[in-house]
Design a binder for this molecule. Sequence first.
Ligand SMILES: [Zn+2]
Length: 258
Amino acid sequence: MSLEVVQVRYGERVTRKSAVLHEYASYGEPDGDLHMDYNFWVLRDGSRTMLLDTGYDIGERDWLGEQPVIPTAEALGLLGIDPLDVSTVVTSHFHYDHIGHLGLFRNAEVVAGVAEHDYWLGKWRRDELAGEFATAGHLQAVQLAADEGRLRLVSEETEVSPGVTVYPVGGHSPGELLTMVEERLIMAADAAHFYEQIENEWPFFAFTDLGEMRRGLSFINGLAAETGATVIPGHDGRVRDRFPALTGPAAEVATVLG
Ligand SMILES: [Zn+2]
């Protein structure tokens, strides 16, 4: 049975190309609005429910003017998912908008890049999180998973569940992970926020290593060419135009990617 992949939009904002694409003016292209969705993704079949990322509570703090669409727990309810039944949570990286509700998934194996883990836990230990995109509150949920033996750190291409393979790419954050689903879908998360970044290999404005980010974008395109898989950028509002809404109560917030 193949996995159903559903994108859930929990927040949104409108930004400008020039505000989020690195050195956008240098391309000589016109500026324009970008509809930026904030998503997490559900991967499920008859026997497994997995998540890629977990969203965050926009009501608690909106970092960049994010508008709430639906809280993660409520969205899961509409999808008929009990967080305690989720077997695996793959974290693309530890930024606030990706692991905010990790603590809901008390029984899940948590998958993360070892470089991501070491970078942020190190900063937390050294009290260096001020002004950063990760919070101690969110990292506590990572630590809890580690303490309970549920944290799985990866440093290379790894099949974390049958048909679900992660690839460390770094760049935006030191241990960013790509997730490939059954050689059909490449879930880029923040290795590529927008379609323009995939089409042109344009970096995002926020990075820890610009060279790694460029190599990550070219790796995504190489992997797509090799497998024929479709690339899903992590924050692009146009994904909702290209794929159908889920039928049923979650239709307003959920899009079926395959
Ligand atoms: Zn993000």
